[in-house]
Ligand binder design. Sequence first.
Ligand code: THU
Length: 145
Amino acid sequence: MQPPEGIPETEAVDWAALALLAHEAMRKAYAPYSRFPVGAAALLDDGRTVSGCNVENASYGLTLCAECTLVGQIQLTGGGRIRAFACVDGEGTPLMPCGRCRQLLYEFRAPGMQLMTTRGVRSIDDVLPDAFGPESLEAPGEEGL
Ligand code: THU
């Protein structure tokens, strides 16, 4: 597979391996209420991979999406930035991260971060345009006062 735009050929992403990692994580999901297991996996800028699965709760609204546990893993295993991300459902089919999770992923994005989506490989800026992010909290300059 050709590397997605923005990622040098020498650092091509192995999307099949990332999807497999997401699939393995999906098998560990705790989804007794929705019966909709989800797995997510990310390749970080230092070459590490992390994964996550959804963890539901009897108080339904407290459910943790797979992306929530994944970003926790990033931080717990040393931090870093996401170069490539994949998310799959119970059938192993690519799944679009929900809106809240796009925001969670945005926080940890590497420049040009790519996602495997239902419409092929796309960038985080494409799936979360005009995002609110860490830069938005920087102190305003003179002109902003
Ligand atoms: N889910 C995720 O884990 N990630 C998403 O981006 C979308 C939804 C989970 C939450 C819930 O456990 C199940 O899918 C059904 O909504």
